[in-house]
Design a protein around this ligand. Structure first.
Ligand SMILES: *[C@@H]1O[C@H](CO)[C@@H](O)[C@H](O)[C@H]1NC(C)=O
Ligand SMILES: *[C@@H]1O[C@H](CO)[C@@H](O)[C@H](O)[C@H]1NC(C)=O
Ligand SMILES: *[C@@H]1O[C@H](CO)[C@@H](O)[C@H](O)[C@H]1NC(C)=O
Ligand SMILES: *[C@@H]1O[C@H](CO)[C@@H](O)[C@H](O)[C@H]1NC(C)=O
Ligand SMILES: *[C@@H]1O[C@H](CO)[C@@H](O)[C@H](O)[C@H]1NC(C)=O
Ligand SMILES: *[C@@H]1O[C@H](CO)[C@@H](O)[C@H](O)[C@H]1NC(C)=O
Ligand SMILES: *[C@@H]1O[C@H](CO)[C@@H](O)[C@H](O)[C@H]1NC(C)=O
Ligand SMILES: *[C@@H]1O[C@H](CO)[C@@H](O)[C@H](O)[C@H]1NC(C)=O
Ligand SMILES: *[C@@H]1O[C@H](CO)[C@@H](O)[C@H](O)[C@H]1NC(C)=O
Ligand SMILES: *[C@@H]1O[C@H](CO)[C@@H](O)[C@H](O)[C@H]1NC(C)=O
Length: 658
């Protein structure tokens, strides 16, 4: 791009000004759950980790966890006070879950802490909660303040084995409140929601059960507290926990923190005055210069692609948004509007023209292929089907890539099928989907895929079919999202280390994917098969820890039921037998057919639809799972199902939107 040096200078200035602005904003973060990619924002001590969507301060992954301390912090320090500005205020909400597994007695406890020093003190296990040890207990050298959740009465003064308390430079609570009156037993593996509020003068703690909101008029305790008397100006915020002679899992499942930073010192004042003045002077100077040199091109400033925009004239085409419009719509990508993460970026809820929209912010890594990307997005945006999530618009500005979709009030399908294992805090109350609804969902996805494969002008491969990419509209109709994007975005994010282009999610990928390194119609059908089985069985596609292991997949698991002639036993037990046997059996066999190890034997989406609507019988599937052989041979006799569409094993495939 022919960005002139002056424009670059201008951008630098604008960025500088922007940085000055964010400095005075508040200190905020929100983890609705914890994923591996959150590690970069966190600071976990040796014995703490992220597992099962939670921050496990004392996990049991490495075996025995008796007498172990652990700490987990947010990675950046919070400016708690300054001589000039006084004491900051903050609010933090978190959900903890403590369980003693099969240990005969409970371990020690967990504490929310503010501390100067992030290292774990030596010998701080047991009653010390990882906060202090025998030599630092009760001394100002400890420099730690905590709200403890104690699950063991470890000494005389401890109220009971189920209380919340306030600890200052010690693990001895200066104030305690039993949780039994809240009908909560901390150590039995239930979610407990905690809100800690500090207004600079008083510290207030609220408690409720995980699925209930706290009663704002009745705190567990509220005490006048001057944190600056015990802590340095900048502190780490996080959690400390320990086990004693008995083990206990101390987990934090969600955590939000909002602090009003006192960081804007007067030395920033010059930025507020100088930057606008200098910018203004420079901008006028530049404008003048550009005007005279005839180089003032609007496109230079916007990084626009005029040739592409010429192509997009039709009224159904997705709209091109300005970054500032989307910032306004989403409250400047406020964490509070975050709908979720995954599928190449973070999704925010936004309000645009009084309509709810979902804005996906694709992680910005490179500038390459942007032209191709935009072309592809517009092609995809022209696709229209009742079972596709409509792409309303896009934005490519400032090296930011954003996609604007219809808002789906019921969120993604995965939250409904796995609510048992994956019970996020707000997901735990999801109703069980009835068999009828499930059938409508798998039919809807099949229709969408049939449209992408056979119904639209250019064949589009989805490449990443999985339950988290299926959205549910207000009537629980399935809407396929993120179609056609996997390839382009994957390429954009390609590093030097991975040159093979494999898009997809482990557990949903056909066995041949790793050999042909390419998506085909048949690999899409395979992923669809896995999704179908998932929906009917209410089960994850693979063993979480070894998702790549084909032998451990849902396909293999179900084939075993089929071999024993008891395929309907595999249906989700939450359905309580409330389904039509014939329909379930036909759907499950169809799912197996889609997941046939030999891609030539997988049915087309057209055939899948015919089976789901009852117009055709499911394809015949061998009772013994055929082993995976490569290269795969086409069927010798063109029998039964496969003749419906002829062999569709395709290599022609890709959507190319140029
Ligand atoms: C982590 O746990 C192991 C085993 O309990 C213990 O030996 C080690 O000291 C712990 N590490 C820290 C930093 O406390
Ligand atoms: C904390 O919450 C209280 C009550 O909702 C609110 O008044 C206060 O402004 C919040 N403080 C911060 C720093 O967000
Ligand atoms: C207690 O912790 C302090 C500070 O972390 C450390 O210097 C000291 O060695 C520890 N004492 C014991 C007995 O481990
Ligand atoms: C720890 O410190 C507290 C004072 O904060 C004191 O009451 C308590 O006795 C100390 N415990 C031990 C075992 O030294
Ligand atoms: C909480 O549950 C634990 C383990 O089941 C039990 O030992 C303890 O007595 C219970 N505490 C209260 C206060 O109910
Ligand atoms: C709390 O953790 C325990 C042990 O990890 C788990 O069995 C339980 O399901 C969790 N509670 C909730 C509500 O998820
Ligand atoms: C702090 O709490 C005390 C009662 O514990 C109350 O009297 C006082 O008004 C509170 N102060 C502030 C600033 O909220
Ligand atoms: C929270 O969960 C408990 C136990 O599962 C249940 O009894 C209670 O009704 C739930 N509360 C709400 C508000 O859903
Ligand atoms: C909140 O607590 C107050 C005081 O204890 C009580 O009167 C009120 O009923 C509680 N509200 C709810 C919704 O439980
Ligand atoms: C833990 O076990 C050790 C060794 O058996 C014992 O000396 C110690 O008193 C126990 N600690 C507690 C808190 O029970």
């Amino acid at each position: 791009m022919a960005t002139s040096p002056v424009v670059k200078l201008l951008l630098v200035l604008i960025a500088l000004f922007g940085a000055a602005c964010t400095n005075v904003q508040c200190f905020y973060f929100n983890f609705p759950d914890f994923q591996d990619e959150d590690r970069k924002d966190l600071d976990l001590s040796e014995n703490s980790t992220i597992f099962r969507d939670a921050m496990q301060v004392t996990p049991d992954l490495n075996g025995d966890i008796t007498n172990t301390p652990g700490r987990a912090y947010y990675g950046k320090k919070f400016r708690l006070w300054s001589k000039k500005k006084g004491i900051a205020s903050f609010n933090s909400t978190f959900v903890i879950n403590i369980s003693n597994k099969d240990s005969p007695e409970v371990g020690e406890g967990l504490a929310f802490v503010l501390t100067a020093d992030k290292s774990v003190p030596g010998n701080s296990y047991g009653q010390w909660l990882g906060m202090v040890n025998a030599s630092t207990n009760g001394t100002s050298q400890a420099r730690i303040v905590g709200v403890e959740f104690d699950t063991r009465k470890s000494y005389e003064e401890d109220l009971d084995d189920n209380h919340v308390g306030l600890d200052i430079n010690s693990c001895y609570s200066i104030l305690q409140e039993s949780l039994s009156s809240y009908n909560i037993n901390l150590s039995v593996g239930v979610d407990v929601r905690v809100v800690v509020q500090y207004d600079g003068k008083n510290l207030t703690v609220f408690i409720s059960k995980g699925n209930e909101t706290v009663n704002a008029t009745s705190p567990a305790f509220s005490v006048p507290l001057d944190l600056s008397a015990y802590l340095p100006e900048s502190v780490y915020v996080g959690f400390s926990a320990s086990t004693g002679n008995f083990t206990q899992l101390n987990c934090v499942r969600a955590w939000e923190f909002q602090g009003l930073d006192v960081d804007e010192d007067s030395n920033l004042l010059w930025v507020w005055i100088a930057v606008p003045v200098i910018s203004l002077a420079l901008i006028s100077g530049l404008a003048f210069y550009m005007y005279w040199s005839g180089r003032f091109k609007k496109d230079d400033l916007e990084g626009a692609y005029p040739n592409i925009e010429d192509h997009i004239k039709s009224s159904t085409a997705p709209r091109r948004f300005r970054l500032k419009e989307l910032k306004r719509a989403t409250g400047n990508f406020n964490h509070k509007n975050k709908l979720g993460k995954g599928g190449f970026g973070t999704v925010y809820k936004g309000i645009w023209k009084e309509k709810e929209v979902a804005v996906k912010r694709v992680s910005k890594k490179s500038n390459q292929g942007s032209q191709e990307f935009i072309a592809e997005v517009t092609t995809i945006g022209n696709l229209n089907h009742k079972n596709l999530v409509k792409l309303i618009g896009w934005c490519y500005e400032n090296r930011e890539l954003l996609l604007v979709y219809e808002y789906m009030p019921n969120g993604s399908l995965d939250k409904f099928i796995f609510y048992d294992e994956k019970a996020g805090i707000e997901e735990s109350n999801q109703p069980t989907l009835s068999w009828e609804t499930r059938l409508i969902i798998i039919k809807g996805v099949a229709e969408a895929l049939d449209y992408l494969h056979n119904g639209c002008e250019k064949r589009v491969l989805h490449r990443d079919i999985k339950s988290s990419n299926i959205m549910l509209d207000s009537e629980f109709n399935a809407r396929l999202g993120d179609f056609g994007l996997a390839r382009t975005i994957q390429q954009r994010e390609k590093t030097h280390h991975s040159t093979i282009e494999i898009a997809g999610t482990p557990g949903y990928m056909a066995p041949e994917t790793f050999l042909i390194s390419r998506a085909t119609v048949e690999t899409d059908v395979y992923s669809y098969g896995v999704l179908l089985l998932e929906v009917v069985c209410g089960r994850k596609p693979g063993n979480q820890s070894e998702l790549n292991n084909y032998n451990n997949s849902i396909v293999n698991w179900l084939w075993e039921f089929y071999r024993r002639g008891r395929i309907t036993d595999a249906v989700d037990s939450k359905l309580d037998g409330d389904f039509v046997d014939k329909e379930v059996e036909s759907a499950l066999i169809l799912g197996l057919a889609c997941c046939h190890p030999n891609p030539h034997y997988r049915p087309s989406m057209r055939t899948v639809l015919a089976v789901l609507t009852g117009e055709a019988d499911p394809p015949q599937v061998p009772h013994e799972r055929p082993s995976f052989v490569w290269p795969a041979m086409p069927p010798v006799f063109s029998q039964s199902d496969y003749s419906l569409t002829g062999s569709q094993f395709s290599t022609i495939s890709d959507l190319s939107g140029r």
